[in-house]
Design a protein around this ligand. Sequence first.
Ligand SMILES: Nc1ncnc2c1ncn2[C@@H]1O[C@H](COP(=O)(O)OP(=O)(O)OP(=O)(O)O)[C@@H](O)[C@H]1O
Length: 264
Amino acid sequence: MSETPKIEIRSLRKSFGSNEVLKNINLDVTKGGVVALIGPSGSGKSTLLRCINLLVVPDGGSVRVGDTRFAFGDGAKLPDVKTLARFRATTGMVFQHFNLFPHMTTLQNVMEGPVTVRRMAKAEAETLARAQLAKVGLAEKADQYPATLSGGQKQRVAIARALAMEPDVMLFDEATSALDPELVGEVLNVIQQLASEGMTMVIVTHEIAFAREVADRLIFMRDGVVVEEGPARQVIDNPQEAATRAFLSHFHRTGALPPANAIS
Ligand SMILES: Nc1ncnc2c1ncn2[C@@H]1O[C@H](COP(=O)(O)OP(=O)(O)OP(=O)(O)O)[C@@H](O)[C@H]1O
């Protein structure tokens, strides 16, 4: 019998006004699975990610992460604020632009969620936060403010902050797109390490070579629908759909697709 997926999305729909952004999306992510979402700008990747942790409330369909399932549309009752906060704590989201509190030190940023959302005692939260900072290689930056860190370091703090909530799954929304090219690798290394430790993840990325290396499944989206999905290497090396081929060949043509061994 196949294993129950950790994330299960069924018939998901979302519109912003008349703009139908997600049209009947289905997605399964197995426990410990890493799914990469790729596609052109505006295809709905970020919106799908935000629907998984309900930062964006879907219009229809259902979202399940672990044992928690929500249905939307057709008179379904929307989850209350407390339920949403609890649910979001189980899905760690990492954004393109870090979203760290500038007036807090690195350590305070990472402790914030455990103290305010998980209601941990400060000493316990500090131990946990220091462990997560060590995990992303930033133990010695605990007392520094975000403004003194590089983009790559800021993003690693953001990952530590999400991990401090001890999430069931991690969601990455173009986590390296705002970084200088020489800083991308340090963030990808942390994501790769999480993958090797069995973290369930959905990663929106333009790093195709990284997706090929680290993701076990790849989904190509366009105009709010899943055009093609399958094992990451298979889809990248041998895309079946013309739209996927066109998208990937762009990366080949522009040289934005480095050899896979460059990032391992
Ligand atoms: N909060 C919002 N309000 C109105 N429209 C939105 C909102 N969020 C996204 N959209 C629209 O939804 C569509 C899909 O956006 P989304 O960010 O999900 O795409 P994407 O594939 O992640 O693109 P990109 O790679 O550029 O980030 C776009 O047309 C965008 O303008």
